[in-house]
Every structure is written in C-alpha cells, then in structure tokens.
Design a protein around this ligand. Structure first.
Ligand code: ZN
Length: 139
C-alpha cells in the first residue's frame, strides 16, 4: 500500500446549536485539515508514472476545498432564524450553510466525501479544531 499526505488550513467561525458549553457561543477556529491518500499500486504510465498522484494535483484539490471554507461563518441549516441570516448576509458576511452540525467530525467527513467525488483515493481526513484536538473520518 502506498500513501500520500498533505494538509491545508482555513479560518472560520461556527457555533453548536443545542450544545451546553462554550461551543454554543459563536467562536472561530483555525481549522487544520490533513488528508491521506492510499492506493495499492502506483500509476503505470504518463507524467505520474510510479506515483500515487502528483503532489501538485493533490495539494491543489485540498487547498481549493479549504479556500471554499476560509473566512466564512459555518452554519448548520435550521439553527438560525431567517431574519438573522438575512441580517448577517445583509451586512456582507459570508455564511456557508451546511446540512449537518458543524462539528470537526462532520467537517472531516465532508472533506473526505468532496475529495472522493473528485476521484482522489482518500483513505482518511483529520480535522483539527485546536492544535491538540482532532476528529477523523476514514474509509
Ligand atoms: Zn468550535
């Protein structure tokens, strides 16, 4: 089994609805996302011969996805009043609405699935919300 690993960062705000503790309040993280690829065999022809995947292609895909989340307010659908959403977007804030609770676990899964959709052989995604705390999702 061969593997590749790369990482990217993004800053975003979130809060957890129906949570009783500090995280129920709006706050931000510098999220660190670490992505692992795994493949039984190396590519046999072309510019990526004897590679899992060109690092340039891999890094570009992970960074583009991180960029999509960077400097946004991650909001679980249905957790803010429509008037609040309207007021925030009216002020020019960028909200990223997600169909799931904005936990590190769900973000790891979301990155995993989005990168798999692009055909990357993703084996695991780690999502750090602090330098010491990380959630992961693996195949
Ligand atoms: Zn948090």
């Amino acid at each position: 089994m061969y593997g590749l690993k790369t990482e990217a960062y993004f800053d975003s705000a979130h809060f957890l609805a129906d949570y009783y503790g500090k995280c129920e309040n709006l706050h931000g993280h510098r999220w660190r996302v670490v992505v692992y690829l795994e493949q039984d065999d190396l590519q046999e022809v072309g510019t990526m011969k004897d590679m899992v995947l060109d690092f340039g292609v891999f890094k570009k895909a992970v960074r583009a996805l991180a960029e999509e989340f960077d400097h946004t307010f991650l909001v679980e659908e249905g957790t803010l009043k429509p008037a609040t959403i309207e007021a925030l977007t009216g002020e020019g804030f960028t909200l990223k609405m997600l169909p799931v609770r904005t936990t590190a676990e769900n973000l790891a899964r979301l990155f995993f699935e989005r990168l798999r959709e692009q055909g990357l052989p993703v084996a695991q995604v780690e999502m750090y919300e602090t330098p010491n705390n990380c959630a992961c999702y693996r195949a």
